[in-house]
Design a protein around this ligand. Structure first.
Ligand SMILES: [Zn+2]
Length: 268
């Protein structure tokens, strides 16, 4: 199976690749990690498969969605699905540390934790994501976390186990977040899980309007500062898109597809 990008998407991902290339040539942005990725000459005939590559990340997310939809159609997953976001302190990384961090190792540790919490028969497809946080004290760090599509509805016991594995802390106020989803939202969620442009959150102390209530921590979306974006790209250029995948109760199928480096083909 070949997945193609729409004209608009191809333009977007090409534009982003060209932008990265220009920035790298002019300023050395992304270091040798990005240079190596750019030298791989990613094209339709040879996909580089890198997590930092806009084209490959997008193709992978589309392929992943088609495969998950296929499993739902065959009755292997669903019919109801749950989208789960999990955050743990172990994913808190300084911008220096994230450059040489191991996404693949993090993804497999997450898989084991999730598998332990959900127990037998669970089917989970997810990916590791990186968010950037500017805290109220001005400190800046990354929060690596995971997003998963889980087959079925979570039982009370499963939710309790997850909350035990992902405890609330001072800086992580909502470690487990669940949402019921429909098969229609599989594609946008896959694109979200494997996105190229990452989000930042700027935390601030909000003063409640009604008197008598305490100030509370809130946050606003922010653009990543360039140094943080560079750190992330340097890291993501070292890994394949598929290194960031979390699979529980599912595995990747070997494929003769010439673009298999980019494959997410799933099997129950
Ligand atoms: Zn590529």
């Amino acid at each position: 199976m070949r997945v193609r990008l729409s004209k608009q998407e191809e333009q977007d991902s090409r534009g982003r690749l060209a932008f990265l290339k220009k920035l790298h040539l002019r300023t050395g942005f992304g270091g040798e990690e990005l240079e190596k990725m750019l030298n791989e000459q990613c094209c339709t005939e040879f996909l580089c498969g890198r997590r930092a590559c806009p084209r490959c990340a997008k193709l992978s997310s589309q392929r992943m969605a088609i495969e998950i939809e296929g499993l739902v159609d065959e009755g292997e997953l669903g019919p109801s699905l749950t989208f789960v976001t999990l955050v743990h302190e172990r994913g808190t990384l300084s911008p220096e540390d994230i450059v040489h961090s191991n996404i693949k190792k993090f993804a497999s540790q997450e898989g084991r934790k999730i598998c332990g919490a959900l127990r037998r028969g669970a089917a989970v497809i997810g990916a590791v994501d990186d968010g950037f946080i500017k805290d109220v004290d001005g400190s800046e760090y990354f929060q690596r976390h995971s997003h998963c599509i889980v087959s079925g509805k979570l039982s009370r016991g499963q939710l309790k186990n997850l909350k035990q594995q992902y405890p609330k802390t001072e800086s992580i106020q909502r470690p487990v977040h669940t949402n019921r989803i429909t098969p229609n939202s599989i594609l946008p969620l896959c694109k979200y899980m494997l996105k190229i442009e990452h989000y930042g959150k700027s935390k601030f102390i909000a003063r409640p309007k009604s008197s008598g209530r305490n100030p509370y921590k809130s946050s606003a979306t922010m653009r990543l500062p360039q140094y943080a974006e560079e750190a992330l790209i340097r890291n993501h250029a070292q890994f394949r898109v598929t290194d960031s995948l979390i699979l529980v109760g599912l595995r990747r199928k070997r494929s003769a597809d010439p673009t298999a480096c980019n494959s997410t083909i799933l099997k129950r």
